[in-house]
Write a protein that binds this ligand. Structure first.
Ligand code: HEC
Length: 193
């Protein structure tokens, strides 16, 4: 326990000193760069998301065919879709804390609610789709409040990602392949003055 918290403090100090030495001035009250916070959050989200897709949906629905994954999972007694699992997590976080929010959006959304709204969301989704392997970071003011907003590519990590989207009646894009950027995760952190 002691060891863990010391490591965290050391990391925070290191991040703070890098920041004060130059480039980006975006650190929170504890001196941790907003970028580092967002990068840590996305690592956990991506790990959980791809694990659910590969070890649960791809295995049980696509490969062994013991249960389906369905948008109407309650009526169909099926597995929730990866995007639905992700949204339930995001909603639970929003209920618990106001320190950050996150969502899964796309320039080619099946669900029109998942289309980008702010300028940063639009620019970020376009950037991560056109620049494979890179993330997008920006700051935006919404409703008079300043936010640090990071956008990360959401990639078709498994065949089921592409095949389900391509075959869905509401998709505006039908030629996704494994490895393609299908959308992006937006993480938004309110900035402290
Ligand atoms: C069995 C079908 C299915 C599978 C498998 C699936 N999706 Fe989706 N996905 C959907 C549906 C339906 C939605 C809309 C859900 C909602 O109502 O928000 C969605 C939403 C999304 C969104 C938000 C934008 C949109 O289209 O509404 C992204 C990005 C996305 N999926 C990417 C992926 C990726 C990447 C994978 C694999 C890790 C994946 N999906 C697997 C059906 C699927």
């Amino acid at each position: 326990m002691m060891k863990l918290s010391r490591t965290l403090v050391a990391t925070a100090i290191a991040a703070g000193s890098i920041i004060s030495a130059g480039a980006v001035a975006s650190v929170n009250a504890a001196g941790v760069a907003y970028k580092d916070v967002a990068d840590m959050l996305i690592a956990v989200m991506v790990a959980d998301r791809s694990t659910y897709t590969k070890k649960v949906v791809q295995r049980l629905a696509a490969k062994e065919k013991v249960i389906k994954a369905s948008e109407h999972f309650e009526d169909d007694k099926a597995l929730p879709l990866p995007a639905q699992m992700f949204r339930f997590g995001a909603e639970a976080v929003a209920d618990k804390t106001d320190k950050f929010t996150y969502s899964l959006l796309s320039l080619w959304p099946i669900n029109k609610q998942n289309a980008p709204r702010t300028e940063i969301e639009k620019a970020g989704l376009k950037f991560v789709a056109e620049n494979k392997g890179e993330n997008y970071y920006g700051e935006e003011t919404l409703g008079g409040k300043k936010y640090y907003t990071a956008v990360y590519a959401d990639v078709a990590v498994a065949k089921v990602c592409a095949s389900c989207h391509n075959g869905h009646k509401d998709t505006p894009k039908k030629d996704f392949k494994v490895g393609d950027v299908m959308g992006g995760v937006v993480i938004r952190i309110p900035m402290t003055e």
